[in-house]
Ligand binder design. Structure first.
Ligand code: BGC
Length: 706
């Protein structure tokens, strides 16, 4: 009730009046708020005919259903049933903001930047903000977050998810889901499971061993279910071990419902349903966008007895229970036509986008303290944009594909930096970089040169190389040769190669920062905020120096459409550590304008849990935030990678201040998945506890004996 009151208040503040439930509790007894969601769903189910139930299982074309020719719309639509007080399901993307089938919504930083904040509290706020914008736009099912593990950095959707570590991805997702679902909106964790490349995405089989599946690819979904309480799961394109995900009983029933205890709705990704009987019996509830396999074909299968009434009832309960639990029956969103032209992006929402962009920005290199910029009055800063696309000193608001969010009010780096420099008495000159010689000549006249470089990730296509596109390496090299104080700002959706690294003084990874791009990068460059983002993903030194370097691994053999996950558990930093390969920048890395010391590690046992605490002190001269990280190194006999993230905390400290930071480890922090018994087990032995500022900067060590 408290949740709902908050939502109503927020909706009123946003100028939107909540629609009243369609019918009274007299006509629809399940509209009685005193009963539990499960009771209400069971009561409604008893009043439904078979065709009422079947109508829940398939989306319809929203254009036709709503009579909308063009203009703002939903990407998916399941009509309501007014006679039974069932509201419509109105679905839209996605992970970086309410996507561009709608207008007037906030473009938040890309999820990879959200993960780089390592800040669950902020992520929850972002989720709450995103969920309310969705509801205000008439949407009751939001298609995010995406928790697919960044197995290959070339993945075209790298920007859309939370990086390479299952623990960080799970925590980031759970916080966002809790925030989204503080509104009467169902969050959808996707794409279940192992949807880690775009090449051949509809047909590729991810061939992965059971232990790796449970330890690397499934845990973020488990955390989304158990900790986040997510209402919906989207099964993925492609196959796992030879079976399409959306008709895979091992994934949808054994793991998701059995092991994780999920009691909610499973929908297919758009066009990821491939069968009627097999899918329904495997645990798929809703075919999207719908009509092909679960419409009349499912009705026929039910009549023929190939899909039982018990299965049909289970599917209906999955959907209805999530809808009741998350408030969809009691607080349906406003109708599309009443809000399609409304701008729901408030100043407060944009402030959340700004904070996430600032906190997610990662300072990778800062030679000679070139940053923060402290220009002398009268000096000149040269801003150079990449020759084309988003990197040309306009705001980089979003990656491409279904997650794309249009922004009406983007803040460009050029304008924001020019204004901020003026406050310091400095002048900005700029060039678009299309003529590297001219850009270098301009850089030569300035006291410092800032080059904006970019990549353009897009759903549906993987990158073929991690090199920056369109001659940007040459541009950076020429500018760096002309100005010894060159800083590169990267607007990339993931790792890129930096052949010019030693020639530049500064590198800042800003990702796709969303609509407040310019404000965020100006604040970081000038030191108005301390850069405190940490990499959620390893940056490699070359295309070849990555965990999945063979064609069999990625993109897989084309003829067989098989991708071999032969690197097994060695994903991301686990592989670099296990194989003693030096990354360009390690997982968890990020510099600050201040310094932190780590001391006085203490490990205490409380029954089955361990608390690991230490003192963190800001020993520099500026206020700033650090993200201490806890890794566990298992005894060799467990067969685990050398270290794995099991805790982290973002801590802000003023200069000279210190605090005790405490991490709690439970059984799972030490466990491995034992395939023969299908259980989590702990190998007896000595576990090393590693606390540090990145996966390669361990400051404190201790032990736990299990
Ligand atoms: C994407 C999903 C998205 C859906 C609806 C699919 O192509 O894979 O992530 O939610 O489209 O736009």
């Amino acid at each position: 009730m408290h949740r709902v009151t908050l939502v109503a208040a927020a909706a009123a503040a946003a100028g939107v009046v909540a629609a009243a439930p369609a019918r009274s509790a007299v006509q629809c007894p399940w509209m009685n708020l005193a009963a539990t969601p499960a009771q209400r769903a069971a009561q409604l189910l008893a009043a439904m005919t078979t065709s009422d139930k079947l109508a829940l299982f398939t989306g319809v074309d929203p254009h036709a259903a709503l009579g909308v020719a063009d203009g703002p719309l939903y990407v998916g639509y399941v009509p309501g049933n007014p006679a039974l007080c069932i509201p419509a399901l109105t679905l839209n993307d996605g992970p970086a903001g309410v996507a561009d089938l709608q207008i007037g919504t906030t473009s938040f930083p890309a999820p990879i930047a959200q993960a780089a904040t390592w800040d669950p509290a902020l992520q929850r706020t972002l989720g709450r903000t995103l969920g309310l914008e969705a509801w205000n736009k008439g949407i009751d099912v939001l298609l995010g977050p995406d928790v697919n593990i960044a197995r290959v950095p070339e993945n075209g959707r790298n920007f859309e998810a939370f990086g390479e570590d299952p623990y960080l991805s799970g925590q980031t997702a759970a916080a966002e889901i809790q925030g989204i679902q503080e509104n009467p909106v169902i969050a959808t964790v996707k794409h279940f499971a192992v949807n880690s490349q775009e090449t051949n995405r509809y047909y590729v089989s991810s061939n992965v061993d059971d232990r790796t599946l449970h330890e690397i690819y499934l845990p973020p979904f488990e955390t989304a279910v158990r900790q986040g309480g997510v209402g919906a799961v989207m099964c993925a394109y492609g196959l796992v071990n030879g079976t399409f995900d959306c008709q895979n009983p091992a994934l949808l029933t054994t793991v998701l419902r059995g092991q994780f205890g999920f009691r909610g709705l499973v929908m297919s990704d758009w066009g990821a349903t491939w069968s009627t009987v097999q899918s329904a019996n495997a645990g798929l509830d809703l075919e999207m966008p719908g009509g092909r396999f679960f419409g009349s074909a499912l009705a026929d299968a039910v009549s023929a007895g190939a899909v039982s009434m018990q299965t049909v009832d289970g599917m209906a309960l999955d959907i209805l229970t999530s809808m009741f639990r998350l408030g969809l029956f009691d607080h349906p969103p406003p109708a599309l036509e009443s809000v399609s032209s409304t701008d729901v992006s408030t100043a407060a929402d944009q402030q959340v986008a700004l904070r996430a962009a600032e906190e997610g920005t990662v300072l990778l290199r800062n030679e000679g303290g070139v940053l923060p910029l402290r220009p002398a009055p009268g000096s000149t800063i040269a801003l150079i944009g990449a020759p084309a696309g988003f990197g040309d000193l306009r705001a980089y608001t979003s990656g491409g594909g279904s997650a794309f969010v249009a922004s009406a009010t983007p803040v460009a780096p050029l304008g924001a930096i020019t204004a901020r420099a003026a406050r310091a008495g400095a002048t900005v000159v700029s060039a678009d970089g299309s003529d590297p010689a001219a850009a270098a000549a301009l850089a030569r006249t300035a006291s410092v040169a800032v080059v904006f470089a970019y990549d353009q990730e897009h759903e549906g296509v993987d990158r073929t190389t991690l090199a920056l596109p369109n001659g940007q390496d040459q541009l950076i090299e020429q500018v760096a040769a002309a100005n010894p104080h060159t800083i590169v700002v990267l607007d990339t959706g993931g790792p890129v190669l930096m052949p010019w690294l030693d020639q530049v003084d500064g590198v800042v990874e800003a990702w796709y920062p969303g609509e407040r791009d310019g404000d965020a990068i100006a604040a970081v460059l000038f030191g108005d905020v301390d850069p405190s983002g940490k990499l959620p993903q390893t940056f490699p030194v070359s295309d070849a120096s990555v965990p999945a370097a063979s064609t069999n691994q990625w993109p897989g053999s084309d003829a067989a459409q098989d991708a071999s996950f032969s690197e097994a558990l060695d994903v991301g930093y686990r592989w670099y550590d296990a194989n003693h390969v030096a990354p360009l920048f390690p997982f968890g890395f990020g510099l600050s304008y201040t310094r932190f010391s780590y001391s006085r590690l203490r490990i205490a046992r409380d029954r089955s849990r361990y608390s690991v605490s230490f003192t963190l002190r800001n020993t520099g001269s500026l206020p700033g935030a650090d993200v201490p990280q806890l890794y566990v190194d298992d005894p060799r006999a467990a067969g685990e990678p050398p270290k794995q993230l099991e805790g982290y905390e973002r801590v802000f400290l003023r200069p000279g201040r210190s605090t005790r930071v405490t991490f709690v480890l439970d059984g799972r922090s030490f466990a491995y998945w034992d395939t023969p018994t299908a259980t989590w087990r702990i190998e007896p032995g000595l576990y090393r506890i590693l606390v540090g500022a990145s996966s390669r900067d361990i400051r404190l060590r201790g032990f736990v004996r299990r």
